[in-house]
Design a protein around this ligand. Structure first.
Ligand code: SF4
Ligand code: SF4
Length: 441
């Protein structure tokens, strides 16, 4: 089932220098460094983009569609995430930004802020009912949903059963365009301009969304670069924006929780902070909280690895913009469904073995091994921690001597044995070993 693990985040092996920076930052321990190069364990990766952010050599990349893809359709629509407005210094002029999108080749624009407002309204309705398990967790960030599916299966039932603003907007954009132009569904291409890799994966993996209404996901950076040249030469600004502040605020951390109007909500951003909150929910420490907005990127969608602007600058621009916008935006027809087409499916990628007895044996072997390893979590072995190395050894992916401390001990034992038994070995090799031992010891 290779298609089940389609990922936007990939490694450029030639650029990778094996520095291990990404190794410890990966929230699902999906990275190993072997033979001087990083490797992504596909089944564990949730496309959060954290490794893209921390790699100093730009060896981790997000695969997205290119603007050239527009050629494949007779009529194209840019789905504009509210985070896009934060990329430009003239944020207050949404119409100018949208008009420039038409000038670089799109036939139409549709603001995802409209879908976001609808999801805020649907969230309020669902929170008023008694059926949902509290705290209710937002379904908007695909990296968080995937994290729950691989590491927190007990929390799947806490995710609010709503589509993402991107999916709702994509369907609404297509329906509007079909009515407006009389074109057939397949003649219309809907392209999301994305600040993150997780959205590209959500559209294509067939897991996060069963059947996406988005035809392509284009990196915000790529579109920004084209727009930066174009925006100064727009002659006639068209009246295109229909966004309201409730939807536009979804670009930054806190906006979605505000839109939910939940009395007791929390907003958490950054994947490592999200993990802490999910652990607290699992431990029943947040039972008095009604709604949790959880976003993998720092600062929210504006902090996505494909955004062009500094996250803090973009946040400030969006907040300024929202003070000028009307609260409500144009509504989306009620016949377009708000409810999702299915919950994320548990993916037991951390499971040791399907057979419970064997899994127990492996768990005990991991405990034993972990105790023997130095516990420094230095990453030199190519696994993210000593415990992860123990697990890799038990799974058959690594060996004990991958640990440089174990290796040194074994070399010292050999040296002692050689000396004790007067085994002849070349003098320069012996000196080298002894010097290394003194330096490291
Ligand atoms: S951060 Fe990871 S991908 Fe980048 S060079 Fe270092 S090991 Fe390679
Ligand atoms: S995208 Fe996230 S989960 Fe995937 S390898 Fe990078 S850091 Fe790990």
């Amino acid at each position: 089932m290779e298609q089940s693990y389609w990922h936007s985040v990939t490694l450029d092996r030639d650029a990778c220098r094996g520095c291990t920076n990404c190794l410890k930052q990966c929230p699902t321990q999906a990275i190993r460094v072997q033979h001087g190069k990083a490797k992504i364990l596909k089944e564990r990766c949730i496309d959060c983009g954290e490794c893209i952010r921390v790699c100093p050599y730009h060896a981790k990349q997000a695969v997205t569609d290119k603007l050239a893809c527009l050629q494949g359709y007779e009529y194209t629509i840019a789905l504009v995430a509210p985070a896009f407005y934060g990329q430009f210094s003239r944020t207050e002029d949404c119409d100018l930004i949208l008009t420039a999108l038409l000038e670089i080749g799109f036939d139409d624009v549709f603001e995802v802020a409209r879908g976001a407002q609808e999801i805020s309204m649907a969230t309020r309705e669902l929170l008023e009912g008694e059926e949902l398990l509290k705290p209710v967790i937002s379904s908007a960030c695909p990296a968080v949903s995937r994290m729950i599916a691989v590491r927190f299966p007990n929390l799947i039932n806490h995710i609010i059963p709503l589509r993402s603003p991107m999916e709702l907007s994509a369907q609404a954009a297509r329906v509007e365009a079909m009515k407006k132009t009389g074109r057939k569904m397949e003649e219309i291409g809907v392209f999301f301009i994305s600040p993150c890799a997780a959205k590209a994966t959500a559209v294509k993996d067939g897991i996060t969304v069963r059947k996406s209404h988005v035809d392509g996901v284009i990196s915000m950076k790529e579109v920004y670069l084209r727009m930066a040249q174009q925006i100064g030469s727009v002659k006639e600004v068209k009246k295109l924006s229909k966004a309201g502040s409730v939807g536009a605020l979804w670009a930054t951390s806190g906006g979605e929780a505000k839109g939910s109007r939940a009395l007791r909500s929390i907003s958490v951003d950054g994947i490592h902070n999200v993990i802490k909150v999910l652990e607290d929910i699992e431990d029943d420490k947040l039972s008095d909280i009604e709604y949790v907005e959880a976003l993998a990127c720092p600062g929210g969608c504006v902090g996505g690895p494909l955004a062009a602007e500094n996250n803090f600058v973009a946040q400030s621009r969006i907040k300024r913009l929202c003070r000028e916008l009307p609260e409500e935006n144009d509504l989306i027809p009620p016949e377009i469904p708000r409810l999702w087409d299915g919950a994320p499916v548990y993916r037991p990628v951390m499971e040791l073995n399907k057979d419970l007895g064997k899994a127990m044996e492996m768990a005990m072997a991991i405990e034993d091994l972990a105790e023997r390893l130095p516990g420094l979590d230095c990453g030199s072995c190519g696994s993210p921690s000593c415990r992860a190395l123990a697990e890799d050894i038990v799974r058959g992916y690594a060996q004990e001597t991958d640990c440089i401390f174990v290796m040194r001990e074994q070399l010292n034992d050999i040296l002692e044995h050689v000396k004790k038994n007067n085994i002849a070995i070349p003098q320069e090799l012996l000196e080298g070993w002894e010097n290394d031992g003194q330096k490291e010891g």
